[in-house]
Design a protein around this ligand. Sequence first.
Ligand SMILES: Nc1ncnc2c1ncn2[C@@H]1O[C@H](COP(=O)(O)OP(=O)(O)OP(=O)(O)O)[C@@H](O)[C@H]1O
Ligand SMILES: [Mg+2]
Length: 368
Amino acid sequence: MTDKTIIRFQQVTKQYDNDPAVLDNVSFEIERGKFYTLLGPSGCGKTTILRLIAGFIEPSDGNIYFNGKKVNQLPANKRQVNTVFQDYALFPHLNVFENVAFGLRIKKMKSNIVEQKVKEALRFVNLEGYENREIREMSGGQRQRVAIARAIVNEPEVILLDEPLSALDLKLRTEMQYELRELQRNLGITFIFVTHDQEEALAMSDEIFVLNNGKIEQSGNPNDIYDEPINRFVADFIGESNIVSGTMLEDYVVKFTGKTFECVDGGFHPNEDVEIVIRPEDLEITKPQDGKLQVKVDSQLFRGVHYEISCYDNDGNEWLVHSTKKATVGENIGLHFESEAIHVMRYDETEEDFDKRLEAYEEGSHGN
Ligand SMILES: Nc1ncnc2c1ncn2[C@@H]1O[C@H](COP(=O)(O)OP(=O)(O)OP(=O)(O)O)[C@@H](O)[C@H]1O
Ligand SMILES: [Mg+2]
C-alpha cells in the first residue's frame, strides 16, 4: 500500500444467503486521482463492487479500507463517495439547480454558498444557464451531466459511475467519454467507472480491472491489458483476437498450426501446451508463398476504416484479419506477422502467477 492508496479491498467476498459468492476473495487498491474502470460481462459483480465502496452493502468476508481506515460498517452517508447511477436517479419534481443543490441543502449549507457551488458544478459540465430548466425538458446527455454535477458539487474524494453512458446513442456516448475524461483530469478526483464496453474502457482508463464471475482476471493499464492478456477470457473480452492452441518448444520458439515460429515469450516448461493470441490488426495479407500462414478467405466486411476478413487455415482455425487492403472471397492468401505479434498464454494462469513467472524469467535472463 502506498500513501496514494485511497481505497483498498482485502480479500473481499460477498455472498447472498447460501448462493455461490458473487464476489470471491477480491483484492485491489485504488490510487488517488486516477480513472479506474471495472470491465466485465453482465452479472460478473461490477455493481456489487461499487455498492460495497459506496457503503450500500457490507462484505460477507474480508475488509474494505478508505484512506487506511477500515470502513466495513461505515454507513454510506459518512463516506467521501458519490455515485452516478445508470438511470441518473434525478428528482423529476426539482429543476436543474435544485437537483444539483440537493446534497448541499441537506448539509444545511448557506444559500449564497450553495448558489456559488452549484453554478461552479454546472459550469464544469457545460450546463451554465440551465439552472431553471425542468429535468423533463433536458435531453439524455444533459440529464447525464446534471447527474455528474450533482455528484461533483459535494466534492467527494471518489466518484462512482455505474454505466452512465449506456443510455446514450453512439455519437453522444463518444463525446461524453471525452468530456468525462477531461472532467476527471481537471477535478483530480478518483473516478471508478463501470462498463461492459471494452472500447470505452480502453479509451478512458488509467487502470482497468477485468472481472469475470466475481473475480478479477487481470488488472493493469489499457496497453498492458491489450498487449499482454493473461488468458483466453481477457484476450477474448478485450478486443478481437485469434486464439489457437500451440506448444512452447523452448524459450522464444513456439509451434502452432503445425509450424514452428520465433517469438519473444519465455519462462515456460519445454514442450508446454499453450494458447497463442495474434490480434487481427497484426496480420498482413501477402501472396500465399510469402506468408507465414496459408489461408483461404471465407468472408469479408467493410468496417469504415478497414476490412474485416475472415479466413480459415487447413486445420480449420479461423483467422480474423483487419486490413486496409481488400481481399476476394474464396481466394488463397498468405498471412505475415512479426515475432512480436505472437503472444503466448499459459493455460489457467492467474494474474499473480503470471507476474511471478515474468519476474523470475526477467531476473533469470538478466543474470545470464
Ligand atoms: N441482493 C441480491 N441478492 C442476491 N443476489 C444478488 C443481489 N444483488 C446482486 N446479486 C447477484 O450478484 C451477481 C453480480 O451482480 P452485479 O449487479 O454486481 O453484476 P454486474 O456486473 O453489475 O452486471 P450488469 O452488467 O448486468 O449490471 C449477479 O449474479 C446478481 O444476480
Ligand atoms: Mg451492474
